[in-house]
Design a protein around this ligand. Structure first.
Ligand code: HEM
Length: 245
């Protein structure tokens, strides 16, 4: 029976599960960024309706979102642990490019748990209080803002993350058969520097989290985030073509 075959589990079953929970996570990330945040802004003066939506809809969406993130991280790491000689059997173009995908995915999972969920707990507790007639928590708006910045940062990262999940097996080795270890390492370093700058900026460490901070332009609307995510992806693709050819 194939079910207990190590190659079947490592090469196929875990990948299948990984993609299943991955689309659950990123699907909800896109729901938050493209649907829920703009929809709640469009509620206008309907403050109570907004609180009910947060309590009844966002709370449920966030549950699936954060556990799917853990499941994606877990299955992703298991692939590298269970596939025999995962790191030594793959070529340089694969090794370094999947590392970019894994670093992006892991950072995104950390953003989910350490920033988005941490701050959304404050927002959700405030929603329950306000619905019950209690005074609003003055810290809720600031917490919501921090969660929004991290969520849009993950939206920005997601395009390149998926590129470097699928590319290492299905594009890079065939497109760049002559890539050397040092060129692939240079690509990884360029990616790390760009990722670090964006992440530090999204934390508000380059000038605060206020809407007046011009450096936060990428996070001020989902359109800005989409443009920034597209530019990051384009830079990394062009860098791949230039460095690995
Ligand atoms: C959270 C951290 C993540 C880690 C550590 C991780 C790790 C991995 C690894 C090791 C592979 C195997 C790549 C290969 O050997 O070629 C992979 C493949 C893949 N991952 Fe992830 N991943 C993560 C997040 C995600 C997310 C969020 C998605 C979104 C849907 C995703 C989608 C995929 C896809 C589509 C593949 C390609 C499978 C294939 O073509 O064989 N991953 N990932």
């Amino acid at each position: 029976m194939q079910l207990f075959d190590q190659a079947f589990i490592g090469d196929f079953l875990l990948r299948y599960l990984h993609i299943l929970v991955g689309i659950t996570w990123i699907g909800l990330l896109y729901y938050f960024n493209l649907v829920q945040v703009p929809a709640l802004a469009a509620y206008g003066d309907e403050g109570k309706a907004r609180m009910i939506t947060l309590d009844k809809v966002a709370r449920r969406a966030l549950w699936w979102f954060r556990w799917a993130a853990i499941a994606t991280l877990g299955t992703g790491l298991l692939i590298t642990g269970i596939v025999e000689n995962y790191w030594s059997r793959s070529g340089d173009a694969h090794k370094y490019t999947i590392s970019i995908g894994m670093i992006l995915g892991t950072l995104m999972a950390a953003n989910v748990w350490m920033i988005i969920w941490k701050n959304q707990k404050v927002v959700l507790a405030n929603a329950v209080n306000v619905i019950g007639g209690a005074a609003a928590d003055p810290a809720a708006a600031g917490a919501g803002r921090k969660a929004l910045l991290a969520s849009r940062q993950n939206f920005i990262f997601s395009f390149s993350m998926l590129w470097f999940m699928v590319g290492p097996a299905h594009f890079y080795p065939a497109a760049f058969p002559d890539a050397t270890s040092s060129n692939a390492m240079t690509l990884l370093i360029i990616a790390l520097v760009l990722i670090a700058i964006l992440q530090i900026n999204a934390l508000g460490l380059l000038g605060g989290t206020a809407a007046t901070n011009k450096l936060l332009w990428p996070y001020e609307s989902h359109k800005n985030a989409m443009i920034t995510g597209g530019i990051l992806w384009l830079i990394l693709w062009v860098a791949s073509e230039v460095l690995l050819k």
